[in-house]
Design a protein around this ligand. Structure first.
Ligand SMILES: [Zn+2]
Length: 112
């Protein structure tokens, strides 16, 4: 059986990091959602609500928490939520561990 698997270019949803404004596949980003109870981190990407995306890098969160995140979510982040977001940020690496400058030519998608 010679089943040739043709690799079709798949469409990958792109999102903008509100910290550094880089556009990249959303699986490399952390979603933050504005919910009824406030601003929440959404690791599953399934929470309903207005969402914004940030790299998993402290630098981008710092930028985002300065105002661009609240802006993107069209809300103001309460002090309580800010504490939670800052605590989350503190657990992140300084910079995103990504392949900087990897061209879109070889887009390998790992299905997990
Ligand atoms: Zn970023």
């Amino acid at each position: 059986m010679a089943a040739k698997s043709k690799s079709k270019p798949k469409h990958i949803p792109q999102r903008t990091c509100v910290g550094c404004r880089q556009v990249l596949p959303k699986r490399n980003l952390i979603r933050v959602v504005r919910t009824e109870e406030g601003v929440r981190i959404d690791p599953t990407g399934k929470l309903a609500g207005r969402g914004a995306y940030l790299h998993d890098a402290k630098r981008c969160w710092e930028q985002g928490l300065k105002g661009s995140l609240a802006n993107a979510l069209r809300t103001s982040i309460s002090e309580q939520d800010l504490v939670a977001l800052t605590a989350y940020m503190d657990g992140l690496p300084e910079e995103a561990p990504e392949e900087e400058g990897a061209p879109q030519a070889r887009t390998k998608i790992k299905e997990e």
